[in-house]
Design a protein around this ligand. Sequence first.
Ligand code: P6P
Length: 330
Amino acid sequence: MERPPKYTADNLTTIQSFILQEARRHPNASGEFSWLLSAIALAGKVIAAKIRRVHLDPVLDIGGDNVHGEQQKPMDLVANEIIIRCLGDRTDLGLLGSEEETEPVQLRSAEEGGKYSVLFDPLDGSANLGLGVGVGTIFSILRHEQALDAEAPHLQIGRKQVAAGYILYGPSTVLVLSTGRGVHMFSLDPAVGAFVLVRPDLMIPSGGKTYSLNEANADSFGPGWRDWLSGCRRTGWRSRYIGSMVADVHRTLLEGGVFAYPPTARHTEGKLRLMYEANPMAFLIEQAGGRGDTGEGPILDIKPTHVHQRVPVILGDQVGVDQLLKTLRR
Ligand code: P6P
């Protein structure tokens, strides 16, 4: 039995060699899944290069509204287009679901060879683009063979994801990925144009004392949320909220604590999207030993009804999330 590779940051492993090594664990694999991951990594590099020019190419930073009536930047559409072009017309790609597309794009049915759905938020937090704040791409990959409804192969519970991750365009460009065997962080080395493995087998620190949510909405939180917030303040927790989900979740993954977007007066179901924000992030956090919940139950067990449905989000280390859930369920 071949010893599974122990990735260490000592040796130079790029995401391409990581993907190839992982593929060797599935000798009968067609290579299409690996190709999807490579396509997403390529899209990350291209988007990162564009984002660096957001002040230099003004066309990238003017505003408008997206299909949901939310503020949209041309970079949202540019990132969306880059991802679609990088994924290309692969024969195994069955469906694309994007925050920037009103409906999912059906490319191929299962009979026509469609095996995967790729769901993504091409540029989450883009309202922060011109402010120098980290923004990100979030992605989720599902296999169609596990779909209950052939007409909507993407509407599967998050626990069925075969891969999920994000690319954070911040002081450095990092790609955080899980294919169900741990969480691995890669950093883009612009000198060689490769994502290099820097943090293999990431585990979320337990008992982090940072809470991260938009306290401006506190008056519309339920009583349990308000009790939890005052408990955090009373026991010396620190507040950190960037307002860009990928950046806030990345800090939570690395330092522990709790990130949340509760139901509010404006977003009674929560603001964040299940299929391409909550599910991929909950997959990563659970793979890293943490917990993802809506307050009513695990995010990854929600049976989706629509590609753009919103859910309340709680993500963090086990201790912090358990403590919040206990307060909510009093
Ligand atoms: P609020 C960005 O618009 C986003 O979708 C997430 O990236 C972020 O976590 C959230 O909305 C911020 O929302 O209402 O706090 O500004």
